[in-house]
Design a protein around this ligand. Sequence first.
Ligand code: TXA
Ligand code: MG
Length: 323
Amino acid sequence: MPTETVYGLAADAENPAAIAKIYAAKQRPAGHPLIVHIAPGADLHYWAASVPDVAQRLANAFWPGPLTLILPRSTRVLDAVTGGQPTVGLRCPSHPVARDLLGRFAAGQPGGQGGLAAPSANLFGQVSPTRASHVRKEFPELVDHGLLILDGGPSDVGIESTIVDVSMPEGATPTLLRPGHITAAAIEAVLGMALATPQKSSPQVSGSLKAHYAPRTPLSVVPRSNLASRLAAESEKGMRVAVVLLEPTANDWSELADQILLGGTDPIRYARELYRLLRDLDNQHHDLLLFEQPPQTAAWEAVNDRLRRAAATFISQRHLDNS
Ligand code: TXA
Ligand code: MG
């Protein structure tokens, strides 16, 4: 299913056999909860045991759109969906195909309520898909066995939804679990208060594993001032390096780099193309991807988060290789 953020691998949220197929397809460990996608106007109380005022305000402000709310679950929600936690993630996507699909799905259920549990349509830990072609490539066997891919065109946002935990007791502060296109500042403006950042005891968010959203090719994020020396050093070692800059450089790096690409200086456009770029680069047999570090500003928080995770995978792998 296309969404405005990334493509999702969707199944009836109330059908245990269908949910089991999602985990199997993604090779996702049990205990990592799934987001339930619902149509505009769906009854939140169908899924949530309670809907705090802050949750309702955020839903009113940002749905349909790239925001996921973590709420206390209703008894109806399957353990396999919540990962056994007392909460459920809900999101009402804005993509017209997703909205249409969710509306029709719910209309076909007894009582007119229903939702689709959908993680990003990629193997666990890999880069999320932003094109129908990415999904086809990720699950060739499923496609052979009749997986239906709704092609809704390239995802407009390009990175996963912002996740806010509003399941806390009355009066406590909502927590930003995953930054995204809807910024912390935009959410704080609606709530009139600052968001908390996750504590160790917060519900498990698989996207919050340090290493996640990673291409197979090692990736490193380097401040612009260090790029020239790093590139020279890697090239010296015989590494085939692709460099992704924000802006063009006056330096001639054609002898040192295999390829030089531009991500641009607009964080919204950068996010839209990031996962496509990572997938394209992964298909090109580079030994290393050197990403120029974007500005460390609020507007770039979500992009920096995804780049940090992509790079962290290789830091931890190198660690393992050496130990
Ligand atoms: O943009 C998105 O959110 C996409 C599209 C398809 O909607 N979906 C997505 O799903 O990114 P997934 O499963 O790849 O990531 C969902 C994240 C996971 O990190 C999961 O742990 C977290 O949401 N999550 C889901 N339910 C949760 C809950 N009850 N408590 C805490 N985290 C939860
Ligand atoms: Mg995912």
